[in-house]
Write a protein of this length. Sequence first.
Length: 162
Amino acid sequence: MARDDRHRQNNDTASARPYKWLAAACTLLLLQLIPYGRAHSNPPVQAQPAWDSPRTEQLFTRACATCHSNQTEWPWYSQVAPASWLIQRHVDEGRSKFNVNVPGFGPEADEAAAAVREGEMPEKTYLPLHPEARLTPAETQALVSGLHKTFGGEASQEKGAD
């Protein structure tokens, strides 16, 4: 009898699997009805930094520009909730702190080099889907140096204090 109970329990679990998949699919479809995160736009470019070198501009474009400029390239998955919510939040937050396409470049422009040097940027959640944004140690140092020269920061302030 115990064997029959186990067999019946296994069959019940197996027959519930399609319903779980159907419920998950329906939930994902319903999430698409929430409007946040798909109104992707790139505001007009109002400013351009005077990059210290083409190399700094290239490294910035590769590793930072998606969230820190008005020239975001929106990937296909940025249209699918809940990924769209995360991506929109990252871009909105990034642009609000440091944006190379607005006058003054944002309140944290002078901290950009420190964020890269400390490994805070690019964000770890960004790298799996954007492997091109991974910087070698030499590239990281070149970007940090170039950001200091372009936007200022700790190194510029130390020189000015002398």
